[in-house]
Design a protein around this ligand. Structure first.
Ligand code: F3S
Length: 294
């Protein structure tokens, strides 16, 4: 059995930056919190919890103590940063530069009187943060079909959550062009997301089965999984090695492995090790069967 790892898989630059900031904060005497889980991966969040960094969903939960807050790579709204400063918290901003770029784009467009349409998941923290920079005139659509519910607007600017599917983004842009006189399109899907999707699709052409490693809450991992399924290759999304079911591998000769941008290297390694172990167990079983026959 061959096991092939996608050429782009695992932590992206934005997540690496957030992890580095958290590692440094964990060394300090003051108590540090992250606003929401640092990354969408429970294993990473638990690792930092053990080092003293607690995720909180609301700043008020921090209470009266000298403390700091880490803004994760998804970013947040300007109101939340202001609130943290008013509460006397030290703020370390781990917002990914590519998400920051979106904040800059929408801030400028807001001043130019555009209605802003965000392609993404309205409940995702990145999108919630972006909306905070957009002002009042912003809507979120999760698909091209949802564009049908929007009113006709004179000037529209379209941006995307960084981890969305490229093809659907183009469909949304097409549908929006019938809803306005002027449309500006900013493809803000990040290159790490794009390169992981391209590498996964390429790998799907060479294998019988794909394993996509990443937390179920991770938007980019779910998109990656969907992209692999769309190629027609049997695909399973797993969060860790222990979730692999041996029966998935029956009759499979080539397995492809990829991982979302919030999946740490140590989980990818565990999965690769599990594959090796499975192969050794299989060979052992086959040898025993042969010995019994002779
Ligand atoms: Fe940034 Fe893209 Fe990662 S937006 S956090 S580099 S998935």
């Amino acid at each position: 059995m061959y096991v092939l790892l996608a050429r782009n898989a695992g932590f992206c630059a934005g997540v690496r930056k957030a992890v580095k900031i958290a590692e440094e904060a964990a060394e300090e005497p003051d108590k540090w919190f992250s606003l929401g889980p640092l990354v969408h991966n429970d294993e990473v969040v638990n690792y930092f919890r053990q080092k003293g960094i607690e995720p909180v969903d609301m700043l008020e939960r921090i209470g009266e103590q000298p403390a700091g807050i880490i803004i994760r790579s998804h970013g947040t709204s300007p109101e939340v940063i202001k609130q943290a400063q008013e509460l006397g918290l030290e703020v370390r901003d781990a917002t990914c530069v590519l998400v920051k770029k979106i904040h800059e784009i929408v801030t400028r467009l807001r001043g130019e009187d555009y209605d802003i349409v965000v392609f993404g998941d309205a409940r995702h923290p990145e999108v919630e943060g972006i909306l905070g920079w957009c002002g009042q005139r912003a809507s979120v659509v999760a698909s091209a079909d949802e564009v049908g519910y929007l009113p006709v607007m004179p000037k529209v600017a379209l941006i995307s959550q960084t981890t969305r599917d490229e093809k659907e983004f183009q469909k949304v842009a097409g549908a929006l062009s019938n809803k306005c006189r002027e449309l500006k399109v900013f493809n803000t899907i990040c290159s790490a997301t794009r390169s992981r999707q391209e590498a996964a699709r390429e790998l799907c052409r060479k294998v019988d089965l794909m394993l996509v490693i990443g937390d179920l809450k991770s938007s980019n991992t779910r998109t990656l999984s969907k992209e692999c399924q769309n190629t027609g290759v049997r695909t399973f999304q797993i969060q860790k090695a222990s979730e692999i079911k041996p029966e998935w591998l029956d009759g499979v000769s080539k397995i492809g492995i990829t991982a979302g941008a919030s999946t740490p290297d140590w989980i990818i390694k565990e999965v690769l090790d599990r594959m090796t172990l499975y192969e050794e167990e299989k060979m052992l079983d086959e040898n025993q069967e042969t010995n019994q026959e002779t």
